[in-house]
Design a protein around this ligand. Structure first.
Ligand SMILES: [Cu+2]
Length: 435
């Protein structure tokens, strides 16, 4: 399904600001039905938190404890996953693996320390292909102890909605045709920024989060000069030129840059760029910060050993045009569809594991590991970026290296949520360290 230019332009004109309620570290998230304006002057029944979708932005300092009471008033069971946070297993929010789903009317206390500074997000992990598609998510920002100095720290949540002409969300969330292809793609793109105006010469930090259930967004940003400083919340050792930004669903990109004009978030298409949103540049900053844009403070993670303790391969199989596989659902990993009683692999604490992710299908998959970050292995064999979600295009493969040092049961799945729902998920077990 193509995104329509007409609808996108209409959205650009009507796009509201992202709610930025700035919740404290101790807070209540109330999941509930909300109304949002996706098409101009039409109200869309959705799900959200504390009255809005996206839900309020949660901000904590690195190393600070976060205590959130999730009150479920959505009318259906749910649970919250804290995407990208290396937290303790019991707080990971995965019904059936780390907790029971929270019934409507019940609540659950999430309490954990965020060990890494960066851009993260929270979202439903129960029937996520439907609940995330209805808006049950929000940004989670973990601030550095000494954050880089910028004039504005701006969160940009990117999504695409599948809406009917009357503004309601299209039904058919469990559509098998979507599941067997690229997932539920929307017809209404949006990039909701937490700020509508900046000054020429301002230094900004842009935290982009792709909350779509399926769509990968290539993103061209006009009106800035600067660097990409982090991927999936993890700082780059060497900040990179702002080029070829691609956000698969669930991925994040942090940019620090100086404003040279209206900041435009453009989605490239064959017919030219579609403007998803614009932050207007008004007046001039008489005292621009300027200066070099250096790396963010490096994350503190266990270093992988030079030689992997184990080497595994995870073959993605199935889907439309994908040929036969041994799994019992649309998709499989290594011929096995969905969650099994036994983990796909069990690791001892601190084990360095190399996993070849091999995409044997006709569609891209963005593979997400819970509770850890891993290194993408570059073409020359060196350690590349640290990520929690990696995009493997159709017919391609990529190796990752992970130090499994967070004990517990962790989901490993495609974050194209319809693929996850129809077989492309498994789990790994990490043993606790010996006493
Ligand atoms: Cu997939």
């Amino acid at each position: 399904m193509a995104i329509s230019r007409r609808m996108l332009l209409a959205a650009g004109a009507a796009a509201g600001l992202m709610p930025r309620t700035g919740l404290a570290a101790t807070t209540v998230l109330r999941g509930e039905p909300v109304m949002a304006e996706i098409l101009p002057e039409l109200l869309t029944p959705m799900l959200g938190f504390n009255g809005t979708t996206p839900g309020p932005e949660i901000r904590v300092r690195q190393g600070e404890a976060l205590d959130v009471r999730f009150e479920n008033r959505t009318g259906e069971p749910s649970a919250i996953h804290w995407h990208g946070i290396r937290l303790e297993n019991a707080m990971d929010g995965v019904p059936g693996l780390t907790q029971d789903a929270v019934a409507h009317g019940d609540s659950f206390e999430y309490s954990f320390v965020a060990p890494d500074a960066g851009t993260f997000w929270y979202h439903s992990h129960h029937r996520s292909w439907e609940q995330v598609a209805k808006g049950l998510y929000g940004p989670l920002i973990v601030e550095e102890t000494n954050p880089p100095i910028v004039d504005h720290d701006i969160t940009v949540m990117i999504d695409d909605w599948r809406v009917e002409q009357d503004g309601s969300l299209a039904g058919g969330f469990g559509n098998m045709h979507d599941f067997a292809h690229a997932g539920r793609l929307g017809n209404q793109g949006e990039a909701l920024a937490s700020r509508s105006e900046v000054r020429l010469g301002d230094r900004v930090r842009l935290r982009m989060i792709n909350a779509a259930t399926a769509r990968t967004f290539p993103m061209e940003i006009a009106g800035i000069e600067g660097r990409i400083v982090a991927l999936d919340g993890m700082p780059l050792r060497d900040p990179e030129e702002i080029a070829d930004i691609v956000l698969a669903s669930a991925q994040r990109v942090d940019v620090i840059a100086d404003v040279t004009g209206d900041v435009m978030f453009n989605f490239p298409t064959a017919d030219g760029p579609l403007e998803l949103s614009r932050i207007k540049a008004v007046v001039e900053n008489a005292f621009p910060l300027g200066g070099e844009i250096g790396p963010l403070p490096p994350p503190v993670l266990a270093r992988p050993s030079d030689v992997s303790d184990r080497e595994l391969s995870l073959r993605m199989q199935g889907g439309a045009m994908g040929g036969r596989h041994a799994g019992e659902d649309i998709w499989s990993f290594n011929g096995v569809s969905g969650m099994q009683q036994e983990p796909w692999a069990t690791f001892r604490s601190g084990e360095t594991v190399r996993i070849a992710l091999v995409n044997e299908t006709a569609f891209a998959h963005n593979i997400h590991l819970h509770g850890h970050h891993f290194y993408e292995i570059s073409a020359d064999g060196s350690l590349g970026a640290l990520r929690d979600t990696t995009l493997i295009n159709a017919g391609e493969s990529r190796a990752i290296v992970c130090v499994f040092d967070n004990p517990g049961n962790w989901l490993l799945h495609c974050h194209t949520l319809g693929h996850q729902a129809s077989g492309m998920k498994t789990w790994v077990e990490v043993k606790p360290p010996p006493v």
